[in-house]
Design a protein. Structure first.
Length: 369
């Protein structure tokens, strides 16, 4: 608990030293297996102050899904090549081609428009074609469709450079990045190579969900790019902590606005809450409770928040309030004091884009001597 009267809350705290260590450790492990790192910064809204740390740590690309963030990163002076990781909207192509060196693509209409836009800008824009291996989000469905698109890019789109083939796993369909799935991706890429008569620069084997293949030394040899966000930002894969990384790069600090003993089960007829849901309540009797001045609109799912004080339990939240059980906490949790939380990826996405959130960067310690 901390009482810092001159600070404003709620506060997203960013430890830049720990961020640097997570980036460096992850990049080194990938490089040892010949894998290029596209570091994904959309999870913290591409905040330039944090992105500059990536820029200094040898990442091969910085990637995001928003053209607005591409522009902000460019204007902030980021030198690492930028990668657009969502299939570009036609309405955003001008900015994507202007600010990103490369984009992920899965639609011929968009590819043709990107080729025309790159021509207007007198550029050669790089593309990675996405193959849908069953996660059912973006990607060409089936090897024939992928090969046909690759041949058209290679032979009829002079302002595009076909850089590679990639896939996404685990984001929509929750499909695991198994060795078999990644072998299938390599097979699709090699079909493309035979059709265009040359070797692709990259076979991009997914995101943080593919990192266990590195830890297990079980990555197909031809996979040579990963797009890594959560593992660097949160030190987690699928919410599970990675023991050699920091889980507290990004943390929430929120202020207590009420503390008193109250029942744990609502009193009266239960209908629906402010979000139209009927939560499940458990009657644990009268407990010591604290109310925080932060809510779902700031961080999303309250039950993904992890109090650093093991004696505190998140009971629930509304739009602008979070309710804690502090009965077992050794700390006062008095009004005006603060409570700290570790975050999951979804919490951070909400918080970094919330106008109500104060963002505090904890600078790296200067080395003496």
């Amino acid at each position: 608990m901390n009482q810092e009267t001159r600070e404003r809350y709620p506060q997203l705290r960013v430890d830049l030293g720990k961020l640097r260590e997570n980036i460096t450790c992850t990049v080194e492990r990938c490089r040892a297996q010949g894998i290029t790192v596209a570091a994904i910064v959309k999870g913290f809204h591409g905040l330039p102050h944090a992105a500059h740390v990536y820029d200094q740590c040898g990442c091969d690309f910085l990637g995001t899904s928003r053209s607005e963030q591409l522009r902000e990163l460019h204007e902030a002076g980021i030198q690492t090549p930028l990668l657009m990781i969502r299939v570009p909207m036609l309405s955003a192509l001008e900015d994507v081609v202007r600010y990103a060196q490369c984009s992920l693509q899965s639609d011929l209409t968009v590819l043709r428009a990107a080729n025309a836009e790159a021509g207007r800008q007198n550029k050669r824009h790089q593309v990675i074609l996405m193959a849908d291996l069953g996660d059912l989000r973006e990607g060409f469905w089936g090897p024939e469709e992928l090969v046909e698109a690759a041949v058209e890019v290679e032979t009829r789109m002079p302002h595009l450079e076909l850089l590679g083939v990639g896939t996404n796993l685990g984001c929509y369909g929750a499909i695991a990045a198994t060795r078999d799935k990644l072998d299938e991706l390599v097979c699709r890429a090699e079909q493309v190579e035979r059709a265009i008569g040359r070797r692709l620069t990259y076979i991009s084997g997914g995101a943080s969900s593919s990192f266990p293949r590195i830890l297990e030394d079980n990555m197909p040899p031809r996979i040579n790019m990963l797009r890594l966000g959560e593992i660097i930002i949160n030190g987690r894969i699928g919410g599970e902590a990675v023991d050699f990384l920091h889980q507290d790069v990004f943390t929430l600090r929120a202020e207590v606005i009420e503390r008193r003993r109250k029942p744990t089960y609502p009193v009266g007829q239960i209908t629906v809450d402010a979000f139209g849901k009927t939560p499940l309540y458990i009657d644990r009797g009268v407990r010591e409770k604290a109310l925080l001045g932060v809510g779902k609109v700031d961080y999303g799912d309250p039950f993904d928040l992890m109090p650093t004080d093991p004696g505190i339990e998140v009971m629930g939240a509304s739009s602008d309030h979070t309710i804690l059980d502090v009965e077992d906490s050794p700390n006062p949790c008095a009004v005006g004091e603060t409570v700290d939380f570790l975050l999951k990826y979804g919490n951070l996405v909400y918080m970094s884009s919330s106008h109500n959130m104060q963002i505090k960067f904890i600078e790296e310690e200067k080395k003496l001597g």
